[in-house]
Ligand binder design. Structure first.
Ligand code: TRP
Length: 330
């Protein structure tokens, strides 16, 4: 059997260029290697914690599913599915709860950050913390262990979660005998963090995100709003800026070299922004067209997911039977 590469993204917002260059692009490239079997899923149950309600869930799920396909996910090669449609995920999660120490969960970064914020505000340590947040790493371990995953390609922020999945698999195997494949994270080192329009971390709360598939006019407007320094139109400019970083994402090597030259010569910010818009728009346009197609023909997307889900459930069923056998509930 081919080694399994598995990763998931949770539908918690409109996909932006940070999601694409930070995760989706590499995942698609990895899936072209036929030595591996790739499983990519939408972690909708993981999103529950951050969403206001049903409308957000439906909207962000739809946008994320269309994004994966628009970016080139080939459902003939990749098993593409929704976490919520594989009920064995939550079944395994309960079993794993029993081999996971509470202390391990106390150390999870997201939980710890909430506790620290509460302490600083003089609130109760667990104010605003629900069990979904607290157990988040165990659900993620289920996603991974259910499919005999060998490798989990993720951003550096998810390293701890994969380490926890590994600890949980080992704890299970120690108690019940070897049953679960022990996974490793694959951290994409090359991708720098993509900053927002104002040079701060790209975040919904800062309103500085660039949606991957907004229309041309909106893209232009966003690019024109990139924060630049106050150097005059003819002055040489430093390439150490958000505008140039974006240019590197979208431009070919030759285009980037050329722009570097123009920066040294003193291109105006206005012209540099216009050039960036052209390059970015050319890059995104074919994907945007596919995205708009899928958004309008969403029934095709659902049909693709359903096919993936059927296959995913077959694998999950097999693992769950092994787990039940191991713990003695058959
Ligand atoms: N926690 C991941 C994130 O926030 C999403 C995720 C859920 C995931 N389950 C996973 C990633 C399993 C990799 C494998 O980005």
């Amino acid at each position: 059997m081919k080694p399994i590469y598995l990763t998931g993204i949770k539908p918690t917002g409109t996909p932006h260029i940070g999601n694409y260059f930070g995760a989706i692009k590499q995942a698609i490239e990895l899936s072209k290697n036929s030595d591996y079997q790739n499983l990519y899923f939408i972690a909708d149950y993981h999103a529950l914690n951050s969403l206001k309600g049903k409308e957000e869930m439906q909207r962000y799920f739809k946008e994320l599913a269309c994004t994966w396909l628009a970016c080139g996910l080939d459902p003939e090669k990749v098993l593409f599915y929704r976490q919520s449609q594989v009920p064995q995920t939550t079944e395994l999660c309960w079993v794993l709860n029993n081999v996971t120490s509470k202390g391990l969960m106390n150390r999870a970064h997201a939980y710890k950050a909430m506790v620290e914020a509460n302490v600083n505000l003089g609130k109760d340590v667990d104010d605003g913390v629900n069990m979904g947040l607290y157990n988040y790493p165990i659900l993620m371990a289920s996603d991974i262990l259910l499919f005999n995953t060998k490798f989990v390609p993720v951003g550096a922020d998810q390293k701890q979660h994969v380490e926890m999945a590994r600890d949980i698999a080992k704890a299970f195997n120690k108690k019940y005998g070897y049953t679960l494949v022990v996974p490793s994270e694959v951290i994409e080192e090359k991708t720098a963090t993509i900053l927002g329009l104002d040079g701060r971390k790209m975040s919904k709360s800062y309103g500085n995100q660039v949606p991957l598939f907004c229309d041309e006019m909106a893209l232009k407007k966003l690019i024109m709003s990139i924060k630049t320094d106050s150097s005059l139109p003819t002055e040489p400019k430093s390439t150490d800026c958000t505008l140039f970083d974006y240019f590197k994402l979208f431009g070919t090597e030759a285009e980037v070299e050329n722009m570097k030259q123009r920066f040294a010569e003193g291109i105006s910010w206005a012209e540099a922004k216009t050039k960036l818009f052209e390059v970015a728009n050319n890059y995104l346009k074919p994907m945007r067209e596919k995205y708009n197609y899928y958004m309008e023909h969403f029934e095709e997307v659902i049909a693709i997911l359903e096919k993936g889900e059927e296959k995913a459930r077959a694998i999950a069923k097999e693992t769950m039977e092994r787990v039940k056998q191991a713990i003695g509930v058959v």
